[in-house]
Design a protein around this ligand. Structure first.
Ligand SMILES: Nc1nc2c(ncn2[C@@H]2O[C@H](COP(=O)(O)OP(=O)(O)OP(=O)(O)O)[C@@H](O)[C@H]2O)c(=O)[nH]1
Length: 614
């Protein structure tokens, strides 16, 4: 293809993302677009096609962004090249959304016709507007009996402030409105600009490690052209490589002759050193380099930290390698080595939230075959000591002695909760119970309000979201952003098993909740930790002061002996359960502590099950 032909081709490129609040139907819309453009045959078609991770399919959520190239024969007789970038909806993965958005010129905003504008609808739109994207609104699920497309159209205009008069009315489920959406994308989303004959500038917006091809870089080419054999240079790290393949996902990788300004695709260059290729770096040509790199990404600061330890200490190096590989694919993941008296060598790992933590832990176990013990998550506290020194503490076991602390500050967030009027009372009561400070309340429409609170981040991440969901029968949506640090009266609670302090079980709470939490946790540990052939005292303490205590009675008989032998099924199940539990057990001194025990602090009510809530 000569330069003129490439310029003509560029005019027909459309790069866009699909954004929405969780479950409003992004992935289903992406599936329908793939079908309509014959990107996949009916035989290959399966639901949530772009959610390639096993974990994503199982949970029905999108974790990673995915990009795919498709070709659309429009009503104007031209064929357009679409690069569709699917993005996650959960607040923990907002970072992925912002990077995906930065790679395109437009965003399809999906709003559920029955649910209306929700908390992440707003935050996603703001991200899109920040990136100067053209927004194509789409009201989905019009097939639902509860659908109110006209009300939602007004809501989009009133709450978000964008023109929704042309909003596509769609049912991704029934395939309605998809063609109209594609036409609107052609007309509304501008073609990418960027000189094809300028020195190469391609932004790495994602990468993944492939054992055969090395690091696969996902890029958005801003200027110039890149092709096989080119000598490329990472402008930030300085590393140089020879390109072995360029191509696009369609949705399987398809090699291409070149990637030019405006294209979204992948580059491989037999890169084995994963540290030299960071997301946000700019790729240029070694022979004809660009003078300035593109603006990279803002470094994300993790919101929560937890300790990750291999159950088998010999797997420490494997865990490090696995974390390094995952980090390639997940720029928000942070880790550094730490040691625990109870658990040995591991890593203090930073996450964007509990779902992120859960996902990373599961990926480490599935994709890298590791058995892990994870300690309860903690936020980062700013501690000012009596000698004036300031330290950041994200591991409760490292909190200085009480006598050495002048004051502790904890991170706060500004939380926005959208909820039907009927539940405002419940929400306010809950927020107050979680130390929230009321800010404002605005009406979204006649039936719903947006309530805003300042709240400690630790309360939000622990169980606020689940309580909010269950208290409002799933109707409330929540979004939050950091709002600085505030001084709080916090204490560290240590847990002692058999009179021995278990550092990995320490946690930090507000003083007012200390006695109650101490009592609940010891009670939970009593149930979680298996009996041994001696009695184990379980104690909670603040410094030297014991605030709660209970005992795990000595173990006498085989647990199964209690079960009627006439029920072999149950007996087998119980033994199986015991076996599985053992795999994730850690001997701490004289006591075997199962994984569950380290998370007991998260669940302050017996009926809570935070994993289900997401
Ligand atoms: N009735 C109806 N259901 C739909 C429609 N579109 C999607 N759904 C359903 O809504 C649920 C959520 O759809 P997804 O496409 O997974 O939503 P998502 O926004 O991609 O969710 P995340 O990827 O987790 O952020 C699924 O159960 C879909 O089957 C529609 O037009 N009508």
């Amino acid at each position: 293809m000569n330069l003129e032909e490439m310029r003509e081709r560029q005019k027909n490129i459309r790069n866009f993302s699909i954004v929405a609040h969780i479950d409003h139907g992004k992935s289903t819309i992406a599936d329908r677009i793939l079908e309509l453009t014959h990107t996949v045959t009916a035989r290959e078609m399966q639901d949530q096609l772009l959610d390639s991770m096993e974990l994503e399919r199982e949970r029905g959520i999108t974790i990673k962004m995915n990009s795919v190239e498709l070709h659309y024969d429009a009503e104007d007789g031209e064929t357009y090249i679409f690069h569709l970038i699917d993005t996650p909806g959960h607040v923990d993965f907002q970072y992925e959304v912002s990077r995906a958005l930065a790679a395109g010129e437009g965003a399809v905003l999906v709003v559920d016709a029955a649910q209306g504008v929700e908390a992440q609808t707003l935050s996603n739109v703001y991200l899109a507007l920040d990136n100067d994207l053209e927004i194509v609104p789409l009201i989905n699920k019009i097939d639902l009996p509860a659908a109110q497309p006209e009300v939602v159209r007004e809501e989009i205009e009133d709450v978000i402030g964008i023109d929704a008069s042309e909003a596509v009315l769609a049912s991704a489920k029934q395939g309605i409105g998809i063609q109209e959406l594609l036409e609107q994308i052609v007309k509304t989303v501008p073609a990418p600009d960027g000189e094809l004959d300028a020195p190469l500038k391609a932004l790495i917006f994602d990468s993944a490690y492939d054992p055969y091809r090395g690091v696969v870089l996902t890029v958005r080419v801003r200027e110039g052209i890149v092709k096989v054999g080119d000598k490329i240079k990472m402008m930030h790290s300085g590393a140089e490589y020879e390109v072995t393949e360029v191509g696009v996902n369609s949705p399987k990788p398809v090699a291409r002759e070149f990637l030019g300004a405006g294209d979204v695709g992948y580059i491989t260059a037999s890169i084995k050193d994963i540290k030299s290729t960071q997301s946000g770096d700019t790729i240029t040509l070694a022979t004809n380099p660009a003078s300035e790199p593109l603006e990279g990404y803002r470094q994300m600061t993790p919101m929560v930290y937890s300790g990750l330890y291999p159950t088998d200490n010999a797997k420490f190096t494997d865990l490090r390698e696995a974390l390094e590989k995952l980090q390639l694919n997940d720029a928000a993941l942070e880790f550094e080595p730490e040691t625990s008296q109870a658990l040995g060598f591991g890593f203090r790992t930073g996450f964007l939230g509990l779902l992120h933590m859960d996902v990373i832990q599961e990926r480490l176990e599935r994709e890298f075959d590791l058995d892990l013990i994870t300690t309860a998550p903690s936020v980062t506290y700013h501690v000012t000591k009596t000698d004036g020194e300031q330290v950041d503490v994200s591991n409760p076991a490292e909190m200085p002695e009480v006598s050495a602390i002048r004051y502790i500050e904890e991170p706060y967030v500004h939380a926005s909760i959208m909820v039907p009027n009927d539940y405002v009372g419940t929400v306010m009561e809950l927020a107050q119970r979680k130390r929230g400070e009321f800010d404002t309340m605005d009406y979204i429409d006649a039936a719903r309000v947006n309530v805003k609170y300042y709240m400690p981040l630790s309360e939000i991440i622990f169980d606020f979201f689940d309580k909010l969901k269950s208290g409002t029968r799933g109707y409330a949506s929540l979004d939050y952003e950091p709002a600085g640090y505030r001084q709080s009266d916090l204490v560290t609670i240590d847990i002692l098993l058999n009179a021995q302090k278990i550092d990995a079980l320490s946690f930090i709470v507000h003083r007012n909740f200390a006695a109650e939490r101490g009592r609940i946790i010891t009670g939970k540990l009593k149930n979680i930790i298996p009996r041994q052939n001696f009695e184990i005292p379980v104690q909670a303490a603040i410094g030297a002061k014991i605030i709660a205590r209970t005992n795990i009675k000595a173990y006498r008989k085989d647990v199964t002996s209690k079960i009627h032998t006439g029920d072999p099924d149950r007996r087998a199940k119980l033994l199986d359960k015991q076996k599985r539990g053992k795999a994730r057990m850690k001997s701490v001194g004289t006591v075997d502590v199962p994984q569950e025990a380290f998370m007991a602090v998260l669940k302050t009510d017996d009926d809570d099950d935070f994993k289900k809530g997401h």
